[in-house]
Design a binder for this molecule. Structure first.
Ligand code: SF4
Length: 184
């Protein structure tokens, strides 16, 4: 996770990468997040405590991965607490398409459709390395944008930073954002 990101949605955001994704998009930037056996186990109370401790330093939280909507059992109670106990916005990246989510949600592994009622902005659709066929904000050309509350609109996506870099205490670099450079 990153506590203060400026390249994962509007404003300054706390960002969580969930572990596990069954979709396997060719060219995925985060293949290390595919196995459900990886990652680090953190309880909902611990995650919420981190978010709450940031107070007014952040505008919202971003959930990415991995596939967040395959982790609804843990994610739903976290988003419920965020909605009920904070003014923070919630942005979720998913590899599922909007049509899949609307069509046969019961057939999608781990999905609980009610989770979308706690999301302000959903960026949906598989990643593809092919050139984008439709115009869109840099890094979001392959996503469809769904404004599920009045919190955001398309203009909030026009000036997003494409990427950012964090230097860890051990000297390694974490790249993050909508268009991070490929490091491997
Ligand atoms: S949905 Fe996201 S994490 Fe999963 S394979 Fe596609 S790009 Fe990678």
């Amino acid at each position: 996770m990153v506590t203060r990101s400026r390249a994962n949605g509007p404003g300054c955001r706390w960002v969580l990468w969930v572990q596990g994704c069954s979709l396997r998009c060719p060219g995925c930037f985060n293949p290390q997040t595919h196995p459900v056996s990886g990652g680090r186990r953190v309880g909902v109370d611990g995650l919420f405590g981190q978010i709450a401790a940031l107070g007014g330093d952040i505008e919202g939280v971003t959930i990415t991965g991995g596939e967040p909507l395959e982790q609804c059992a843990g994610l739903l109670p976290l988003l419920q607490r965020i909605r009920r106990e904070t003014p923070l916005s919630v942005l979720v990246f998913t590899g599922f398409t909007w049509e899949e989510l609307q069509g046969r949600p019961a057939s999608l592994p781990g999905l609980r459709p009610e989770i979308l009622s706690y999301v302000d902005l959903l960026l949906a659709g598989r990643f593809t390395a092919r050139p984008a066929s439709s115009p869109g904000p840099p890094g979001l050309e392959h996503k469809s944008c769904h404004f599920l509350s009045s919190r955001y609109s398309a203009k909030d996506l026009t000036a997003l930073a494409p990427a950012e870099a964090f230097i860890r205490l051990d000297g390694t670099i974490l790249y993050s954002g909508l268009q991070p450079p490929r490091t491997a």
